[in-house]
Design a protein around this ligand. Structure first.
Ligand SMILES: Nc1nc2c(ncn2[C@@H]2O[C@H](COP(=O)(O)OP(=O)(O)OP(=O)(O)O)[C@@H](O)[C@H]2O)c(=O)[nH]1
Ligand SMILES: [Mg+2]
Length: 290
């Protein structure tokens, strides 16, 4: 009998949600960065084993208590999946438990979440003293009726298979929803735009990445080469200048790094054209329907 189900990966920004998904899939599907709020959309990642299909949903970091529209949209995007899944992975960074984490737990208690919640303690490679970890586990265990508590490290590939084994009992006994070879619900265009946005996130100062949108205008695959045109949309002239940099140096660097990532993604030579364009209301236009 086959099993197949949905698993939401939630948690505050930067706890390692996207890194965990990539580690489970052994593919770089969801972009990651050392800055908060890297993920903006719910992204499905599908892991199909012989008799089990795990459909993971990576979500934007939850930032409860913040009133900025962007935060609210990301919260809504992330929390909307919780009611429709078979189990939830709540990620908390083992070496950095914050009030934000507690707020998410309180939110789940208030909303009487009756879906199994597995607590995943991330980045345990950063904890030297294992007694500290045990202490954290016993504290967190008292805050919510977690189905399981699993400490792991996505970066060092510690306990990833154990996590999958712990999830399996929560998957319903139904046929697979996706084909065996499907990895995600997202289009190639979306994934390419994300790869370019990842480089922008990594190379620009803290606030700027939230104020831009990447659009792929064209992808043409021919023989051993892929031609891609990417537009970076910003609302303000000075943002455009920052992204382009002195004599175009910043944009050149961003484009080179993006091209290298895209070549890994396609496993082909990539010709990438990028430019920065001013557009009013990009923020509302992109996020208004969420
Ligand atoms: N040392 C260590 N670092 C990790 C681990 N997992 C993730 N990181 C780092 O933590 C940072 C954030 O990782 P992301 O996966 O982007 O975090 P996220 O929760 O998806 O963040 P948002 O999308 O912004 O909510 C990155 O710099 C990762 O390299 C881990 O197991 N160990
Ligand atoms: Mg993320």
């Amino acid at each position: 009998m086959k099993q197949c189900g949905f698993i939401a990966i939630i948690g505050r920004p930067n706890v390692g949600k996207s890194t965990l998904l990539n580690s489970i899939l052994k593919t770089k599907l969801s972009i990651t960065a050392s800055k908060v709020q890297t993920t903006r959309d719910n992204i499905i990642g599908i892991d199909t084993q012989k008799t089990c299909q795990y459909i993971y949903m990576d979500t934007p970091g939850i930032h409860l208590g913040k009133t900025k529209t962007f935060n609210q949209i990301l919260n809504r995007t992330a929390l909307s999946v919780v009611k429709d899944v078979d189990c939830v992975l709540l990620l908390i960074q083992a070496n950095k438990i914050t009030n934000e984490d507690k707020k998410i737990i309180d939110h789940m208690t208030e909303h009487k979440i009756n879906i199994p919640v597995l607590l995943v303690l991330t980045k345990i490679d950063l904890i030297k003293d294992k007694n500290v970890l045990l202490l954290q586990i016993s504290k967190l265990d008292k805050l919510f009726n977690f189905s399981q508590i699993i400490p792991l490290s996505a970066k060092k590939n510690i306990s990833i298979d154990l996590l999958k084994n712990q999830i399996q009992p929560f998957l319903p006994k139904i046929d697979f929803i996706y084909n065996n070879d499907e990895l995600t619900d997202k289009s190639t265009n979306f994934l390419c735009a994300e790869i370019v946005r990842e480089q922008l996130t990594k190379q620009l100062d803290q606030e700027l990445p939230y104020q831009l949108v990447v659009e792929i205008e064209k992808i043409i695959e021919e023989n051993n080469m892929v031609k891609i045109s990417a537009v970076i949309l910003v609302e303000k002239t000075h943002h455009k200048a920052i992204i382009i940099g002195k004599n175009g140096s910043k944009l050149k660097q961003i484009a080179t790094n993006s091209r290298q990532s895209l070549e890994k993604f396609f496993d082909k030579k990539v010709f990438l054209k990028t430019w920065v364009k001013l557009k009013t209301n990009i923020f509302e236009e992109t996020f208004k329907n969420r």
